[in-house]
Design a protein around this ligand. Structure first.
Ligand SMILES: Cc1ncc(C[n+]2csc(CCOP(=O)(O)OP(=O)(O)O)c2C)c(N)n1
Ligand SMILES: [Mg+2]
Length: 674
């Protein structure tokens, strides 16, 4: 069985397997301890769900021999065996599982969200979500000429996710050093693999992407080691990805408490009789590689480490309730004041100039998206960049938003500052998981240990007849998610300064540019969006609104396109002797409460206007801030001017009817002043 594997390697594999097994059993004991006789996942020493991998140790043990600390591993909701074999700090991991301050994420992540940046290990609770970040980390290695590898684990259930296929395709296309390890334990909760895939072995899927694959039968740790060795060698020598699928088995239920009605008890018993740890132990002894005594002392060493880790965790303090509020955003400081007035530039050129200057200064900045290369982006955001920086850093991607936007979290974890373009914000649906569950939350779940300096650029807005799937604004969908910042420039000066800030910020920033403000030759735009832009680098602060027109009678809070409408309304109202103050929010998350409140306190009247659907939107947020914190200063109820709650229609009359405009603002101002 040992197939000539060196003694030290065989022992390392054994040690990691036996340690993982005992660890899982200990965690199970602790998990169940205070929950009997009435089972409740909320009770006991360990909160939440618990997914154990006892039985699956062979899928991971090879890593202790073949990987180094700089190699990345992205694991799943069943992560303990992979974390142990990657050398994750056992004390901190146990403390995290028990929700303590000394844990890997200071109790913010828990058992499904373990991050150890020193060992470059992470895992996640979304099935299939490990693949895109591994692609990103691998791309970073390739760009830097490093010979590291990234490993993504997934279960048999994860293979039917789009993220898996998109990631295989990218890894193959770009020849990235990624190893996809599929732990085929036959079950995805209660669904057997036979009812979820038409193929005999998961590994067959790789062929469609021109990825070499290896099938490992029998939950065999040595065969797995040999397969992984081949894959690691291929990756380290620049020959690209490999998919390994291993037949394995989990002894316990999908989660602790699982009634397991879907599988016969005998099936588990039969598989336990072929336990991989026992088989490996027998082989090591029978082939005289080491004695039973040596193996027993390794087992004892593992048990000692586990006891110490549990002791460490149990003696660690619990976080306070208020600790929940920490580590949502990484502190970021950058401020560059402009020195010159510059020249008039349309917004799309201001954006590409900002990116160009940052890419020149900082080699870690790169741009990825569809048609962003030679074409310069369909909205011109990367005009001229491909020529200057080449295809590696201005990277055209296939139409695989989940994979390349998801890859940005792996790139960021590996030290890059990626900018990724979601061509139209309407396409968010096909890539929301990487943004909402990973990019936005990794900093928090890691207890502030893993930063995500990512810019997501995306085109918003309608007004030109592109209808329901190419005209939306969707501010609140991004702004609702803690961990994201959201900026919306209304003119070319802000566009450049906000882009530089977004790139320099250590947090993920969604940069939403309105198509109708870009100044593109083929799209109508207001002249007022084309303003003077300094040639040098400067920043516009994120989170700071601007009073673009001071006034005393009423406050109009606007954002993006509606700033121009509000300014036009101001001119009309002036003729009638009404003097409005116009605020350009510039950032919708975090929103600048102080500027809004100071203005409302001064004028006593508020109209909030945005191009998005009215319910639950930015205008509602502005109105709520004013009513909550300046109620007694308000002389009338605030008014909102927004898109109605209907999908964007195609025909001109219907779209014009629905959009905000200066006349609607003028009317609303007069109404609040009545
Ligand atoms: C996107 C997504 N869909 C569904 C779930 C709920 N869920 C958690 S684990 C799981 C089964 C996963 O099966 P598999 O990938 O084979 O991993 P295993 O549990 O067998 O290790 C499901 C459906 C989820 N977490 N994420
Ligand atoms: Mg499974």
């Amino acid at each position: 069985m040992l197939e000539g594997v060196k003694k030290e390697d065989a022992l390392a594999i054994y040690y990691n397997m036996v340690k993982s097994r005992h660890y899982e059993e200990k965690i199970r004991e602790l998990y169940l301890a205070d929950k009997k006789p009435l089972f409740s996942i909320a009770a006991g020493k360990i909160p939440g769900e618990m997914h154990l991998a006892a039985g699956q140790e062979p899928t991971a043990a090879w890593m202790s021999v073949l990987l180094n600390d700089e190699d990345f591993v992205y694991s799943t909701h069943r992560p303990h065996h992979t974390a142990i074999s990657k050398g994750v700090d056992l004390n901190k991991m146990t403390a995290e599982i028990m929700g303590r301050t000394t844990g890997l994420g200071h109790g913010k992540g828990g058992h499904m969200h373990l991050f150890d940046p020193k060992k470059h290990f992470a895992c996640a609770g979304i099935v299939g979500s490990s693949f895109p970040p591994a692609v990103g980390a691998a791309l970073s290695f390739k760009l830097d000429g490093k010979n590291n590898v990234a490993v993504a684990f997934g279960g048999d259930g994860s293979l039917n996710q789009g993220m898996f296929m998109e990631s295989l395709n990218l890894a193959s296309l770009w020849k990235l050093p990624v190893i996809f390890v599929i732990e085929n334990n036959d079950w995805a909760i209660s669904v057997n693999i036979k009812s979820s895939t038409p193929l005999k072995h998961d590994s067959e899927r790789a062929a469609g992407f021109n990825v070499p694959s290896i099938y490992v039968p029998d939950n065999d740790p040595i065969k797995m080691y040999n397969a992984a060795k081949e894959a690691v060698d291929r990756a380290r020598s620049g020959k690209g990805p490999t998919l390994i699928s291993i037949d394995t088995y989990r002894y316990y239920g999908h989660f602790e408490g699982d009634p397991e009605v879907y599988r016969p008890k005998d099936e588990v018993k039969e598989l336990m009789a072929k336990d991989p740890i026992k088989r490996l132990k027998d082989a090591i002894v029978n082939e005289k590689v080491a004695s039973t005594g040596e193996l027993d002392s390794l087992e004892k060493k593992a048990l000692d480490e586990i006891s110490k880790a549990v002791e460490f965790a149990e003696n660690s303090p619990e976080p306070s309730g208020e600790d929940a509020l920490k580590d949502v955003y990484a502190p970021s400081s950058y401020k560059l004041d402009p020195k010159t007035k510059g020249r008039k530039l349309p917004m799309y050129m201001a954006i590409s100039e900002a990116i160009s200057q940052e890419m020149e200064k900082d080699k870690s900045v790169l741009y990825m998206g569809e048609d962003v290369g030679i074409y310069g982006g369909i909205f011109g955001a990367t005009t001229g960049l491909y020529k200057k920086f080449g295809p590696e850093r201005v990277r055209d991607t296939p139409i695989s938003e989940s994979a390349f936007i998801g890859a940005s979290s792996g790139l960021a974890a590996a030290g890059k500052r990626p900018i990724v373009e979601l061509m139209f914000t309407d396409f968010l649906g096909v890539t929301f998981d990487p943004i909402m569950n990973h990019i936005a939350k990794n900093y928090y779940m890691s207890g502030g240990n893993v930063k995500m300096p990512i810019v997501i650029t995306t085109a918003i807005g309608g007004g030109y007849g592109d209808a329901a799937q190419h005209s939306q604004t969707l501010f609140p969908i991004f702004s609702h998610i803690p961990g994201l910042k959201v900026v919306v420039p209304s003119n070319s000066y802000d566009a450049k300064g906000l882009m530089i800030s977004a790139i320099k910020d250590d947090n993920p920033v969604v940069y939403m540019f309105h198509k109708g403000l870009l100044g593109l030759p083929w799209m109508p735009y207001p002249e007022s969006s084309v303003v003077e832009v300094p040639e040098e680098e400067y920043t516009v602060p994120i989170g700071k609104a601007k009073v673009v027109r001071p006034g005393k009678d009423a406050t109009v809070v606007a954002v993006g396109s509606t700033v121009h409408m509000a300014m036009e309304a101001a001119e009309d109202l002036k003729k009638e002797g009404i003097d409005i103050e116009v605020i350009d929010l510039r950032t919708v998350k975090p929103i600048d409460r102080d500027t809004i409140l100071a203005s409302v306190k001064k004028t006593g009247h508020l109209v909030a206007v945005d191009e998005d659907y009215g319910s639950y939107g930015v205008a509602s947020e502005v109105a709520s801030i004013a009513s909550e914190s300046a109620f007694h200063d308000l002389k009338a109820a605030p008014k909102k001017i927004t898109y109605p709650d209907v999908p964007v229609p195609y025909s001109r009359n219907m779209e014009e009817f629905s959009l905000p405009n200066k006349d609607k603002i003028t009317k609303a101002v007069k109404e609040v002043l009545k």
